[in-house]
Design a protein around this ligand. Sequence first.
Ligand SMILES: NC(=O)c1ccc[n+]([C@@H]2O[C@H](COP(=O)([O-])OP(=O)(O)OC[C@H]3O[C@@H](n4cnc5c(N)ncnc54)[C@H](O)[C@@H]3O)[C@@H](O)[C@H]2O)c1
Length: 232
Amino acid sequence: MGNSDGENIRNSPLSLPKKMRPFQVGGQSGCAASGIGEASARLFVEHGAHVVITEIQDELGLQVVASIGTDMDNFRHCNVTDEKQVEETVAYAVKKYGTLDIMFSSVGTLHLCSVLDMDMTVFDKTMTVNARGSDLVVKHAARVMVAKKIRGSIICIASLEGILAGAASLAYVASKHAVVGIVKAAARELGVTLSTKHVAQAALLLASDESAYISGQNLAVDGGLSSILKLE
Ligand SMILES: NC(=O)c1ccc[n+]([C@@H]2O[C@H](COP(=O)([O-])OP(=O)(O)OC[C@H]3O[C@@H](n4cnc5c(N)ncnc54)[C@H](O)[C@@H]3O)[C@@H](O)[C@H]2O)c1
């Protein structure tokens, strides 16, 4: 259970650890969408993080970096469907900051159409950007974190359409279910051992202002146990 909307009874006790070096995929919207990538990069920077921002729309990415006020070379062109570009961008962030503590991917593409008229080119593109892109981002962040023994965080933005089929097209629903599956499969290999502090930290998150829109959830603080089945 999180805060009810609009409640603001205390300042957030949450802050990022000192050495957070997130690598951010997906910038802000070029159309009328919400720009989750930009908002997240901005908030991370406000909390003391160094961010490397990536986009396929260079002008947009550079605008975001400029408006956030970090080094201009913290923008990297990266098409998440291209493995070489993802790998090189991760390497760039690690070289610049010596570590990679957070991978945040908000990349996504959406095209609305009926299943009856589905264009398979659009289906392939949606799966390639949303699913393959998330897979590559997770893979290369995880490789660095495992190699450098970093207890980092890999965050992929899915959608309500990753849980149910709402208003979006079949391709988007399928791709967002895939994103959820990718994260579960990665968690199966990369999980952590539970301690009481993890539960306390989850409670702290839910008690903070930052969790205002996390409401009515049954948050499983179980290192992924309820999402994955580990066969020995
Ligand atoms: N906005 C919403 O209401 C909403 C709701 C549920 C889920 N989401 C998901 O949240 C994420 C962010 O949404 P948003 O509203 O900020 O969208 P957005 O369109 O503003 O941002 C997505 C960004 O991804 C970039 N992108 C697209 N293809 C790319 C590629 N191949 N390589 C690199 N970058 C690429 C786009 O240029 C765009 O700037 C998406 O995954 C979206 O599906 C959004």
